[in-house]
Design a protein around this ligand. Structure first.
Ligand code: WTA
Length: 654
């Protein structure tokens, strides 16, 4: 399914939005998009202020729209707002009160629907419970949950009382959880006894116990546990509390705290180029506005839509486009606990059929997995309710795009390929489905208000169809504010690779891209040491540190190689400590070790033992050669800077 670079470069097909789709769309034509784009570009502050006024509830209006002290932005200064209020309370005074807010489908086949009134009630109850557990405005709360409604309830409860949450993906190991809880200095952890994942039970509470063992996260005073799998777990008397025991007595009355627009809403850790994941900081007002409006326009949201994003709430996609964006709009958001698996390859299509899903948003890695599972699964279901398809997480290859359009979308649904990041909070490049003709593999154009470009290392725009670095030139409401407790790292990581140009600071995203002759953006993937495995970000250094923490490993170099389904796969070169010898058992042990240190998503697909690594004379590992070796390609590039040429020969001979 992987297309060659040439086929991507030569991709010329253009798909116009169907006329009757455009006719009923919020943004109906390229002209209308262009007008919005121009209006936003001419006066961004007026553009965002108008939307903030019309789309959101504010307890108190801001007195200044933007304060930009590069690279630090503040939006809607002195405005008072609460995102939990915007996602819940304001809908209760309308007919939406009894509309489904969350439709949840569990992996074993159980299900639950929560109306806005019911969701509001449970959020208020949980907010009161966590207040009783000593959580105050400003205290951080770790959330380590399976995909059950209580994950969203926990996030909204934290937001309601002004306690920033830090959601840790349930697939991360106890070690990874510990590091994140420590960095955030979380006061409370909300978790579940376990979660169902691909016919297995993930022992979440055990992982929390391990993370907190020996008082290794001293800030954590309490753990709130939701019962999901009912397996036996250990409950520590002075620390652990069952949600189902506290909920019945908790008041359903909890006013949303008026938050400053710039108050911290959440921290979400993501991989970067150095070993330690960084805490991406998002604040309240700008994030609420941007996720709201991108959901509304990109998915052409209508009151009757049944919207389903298949991400996990542990990632930014789940934050912005399962919970906050859809609920702020009063939409019906579907949440699914399961994942397509050998035992149930048609499970996604069952969900679409069961709930008449109209908008479906998933990742290219999932699409490629569906292709492998066979067309009979979607073909056996009625998918005629669908009207828009979306994709996110990595560049989508044209073949997968076309399959998605034909087999899932019945050739009638526009595809929105949304390029964005944890750091950007919301969509940056994306088609608006009724307006922008799409090309398979292109995220098309910037969302109105986003000034994006492809530049060289000096910040000069590159020519048509020339590769360069993807940058954003003007601050936007949901941009990350900083790296938690590390302003310096924020500056270095995003703002110093490319110098300011004509007085504009350039946000460097870490992706390579090109713009074609029609101005369409084509994102080519990461240009730094960040890998993209099944749409999940992993730093090469992160995996290397995990490997060298094993006593048998002296040195490790990690690269990725292309994989048909996962997009990329982790490939590790390992030099062993003196007395250890290479064996298949040790390989397996090291893979497991990485799983334990980070999580299963980081487990190397392949480990190769070696005596030496290709290095420059100054001692830098030449990863380019390792990537060539891992994917079985010819070596490309200059070898004259190499310290010891024989290393390459040995590696080539395997
Ligand atoms: C990649 C996920 C191409 C990109 C929302 C980015 C994409 C990283 C796309 C962010 C897309 C995401 N086309 N590449 N439509 N969407 N990416 O922080 O490399 O988990 O920098 O956010 O995913 O990953 P993150």
């Amino acid at each position: 399914m992987s297309d060659t670079i040439e086929s991507v470069l030569q991709e010329k097909r253009l798909f116009n939005p169907p006329a009757e789709f455009s006719e009923h769309a919020r943004i109906k034509s390229m002209e209308e998009y262009q007008q919005l784009y121009d209006k936003a570009a001419q006066d961004p502050q007026a553009f965002w202020a108008e939307l903030a006024t019309n789309e959101l509830h504010w307890f108190q209006k801001w007195d200044k729209v933007l304060d930009w002290q590069p690279p630090f932005a503040k939006w809607f200064i002195n405005g008072k707002i609460n995102i939990s209020y915007n996602c819940l309370d304001r809908h209760l005074t309308t007919w939406r009160k009894n509309k489904a807010a969350l439709i949840w489908e569990g992996e074993p086949g159980d299900s639950r629907t929560l109306t806005y009134a019911q969701l509001h009630r449970e959020v208020c109850q949980m907010a009161n419970v966590i207040k009783d557990l000593g959580v105050k405005k400003g205290d951080r709360v770790g959330i380590y949950m399976p995909m059950i409604p209580e994950a969203a309830i926990a996030m909204l409860a934290c937001a309601r009382i002004g306690a920033p949450h830090s959601v840790v993906f349930g697939g991360f190991s106890s070690e990874a959880l510990k590091a994140r809880l420590q960095d955030a200095e979380a006061k409370l952890v909300i978790t579940a006894d376990g979660g169902f994942r691909k016919d297995k039970i993930v022992p979440l509470k055990n992982a929390v116990d391990e993370a907190l063992a020996d008082n290794s996260v001293p800030s954590v005073a309490n753990v709130l546990v939701v019962q999901r799998t009912k397996q036996d777990i250990n409950m520590q008397a002075d620390r652990d509390h069952w949600w189902h025991e506290l909920q019945p007595d908790a008041s359903a009355d909890c006013a949303a705290e008026p938050m400053d627009s710039e108050d911290l809403l959440f921290i979400l850790y993501t991989s970067g180029t150095t070993g330690k994941p960084k805490g991406v900081v998002h604040t309240t007002g700008g994030y609420n506005l941007y996720t709201h409006i991108t959901t509304k326009w990109t998915f052409d949201l209508k009151e009757t839509d049944v919207y389903w994003c298949t991400a996990d709430v542990g990632w930014i996609t789940g934050h912005s486009y399962i919970v906050y964006g859809p609920l702020s709009n009063g939409a019906t958001s579907v949440m699914y606990e399961g994942a397509p698996r050998a035992s149930n390859p048609g499970c996604f299509w069952d969900v679409v059929e069961k709930y008449d899903v109209t908008i479906f948003y998933t990742a290219p890695t999932a699409i490629r997995a569906f292709i492998k599972m066979g067309d009979e699964h979607p073909n056996n279901r009625d998918l005629s309710s669908l009207r828009i398809l979306g994709t996110v997480g990595e560049p989508i290859n044209p073949k997968a795009w076309i399959w998605y359009r034909q087999v899932i979308g019945g050739d009638r649904c526009p595809i929105v390929d949304t390029w964005w990041q944890t750091e950007t909070g919301g969509f940056m490049l994306t088609p608006l489905p009724g307006a922008i003709p799409t090309k398979p593999g292109s995220a098309t154009f910037p969302f109105p208000g986003i000034i994006a470009d492809v530049v060289d290392l000096e910040g000069n725009s590159v020519g048509e169809n020339q590769g360069g670095y993807l940058v954003v030139k003007h601050p936007w409401p949901s941009m990350m504010r900083t790296v938690y407790k590390d302003d310096d790292r924020f500056r270095r990581t995003y703002w110093e690779h490319i110098p300011p140009k004509d007085g504009n600071y350039l946000y460097f995203a870490g992706d390579g891209a090109r713009k074609d002759e029609d101005g369409y953006f084509w994102v080519m993937g990461r240009v730094d040491d960040v890998m993209n495995v099944s749409g999940h970000r992993l730093g090469t250094m992160e995996v290397e540190s995990a490997l060298v923490s094993h006593p048998a490993v002296a040195e490790a170099a990690v690269v990725s190689r292309p994989d048909e389904v996962k997009g990329e796969e982790v490939y590790a070169f390992v030099i062993l400590e003196g007395t250890h010898t290479a064996s298949d058992e040790l390989k397996a042990e090291l893979k497991q070790h990485v799983g334990k240190e980070i999580g299963a998503i980081a487990r190397p697909g392949e480990i190769r033992f070696t005596d030496a690594l290709p290095k420059t004379r100054s001692g830098k590992i030449i990863r380019r050669f390792l990537r060539n070796l891992a994917s079985g390609e010819e070596l490309v590039g200059d070898i004259s800077t190499m310290e010891d040429l024989s290393v390459l020969d040995k590696l080539r001979q395997g």
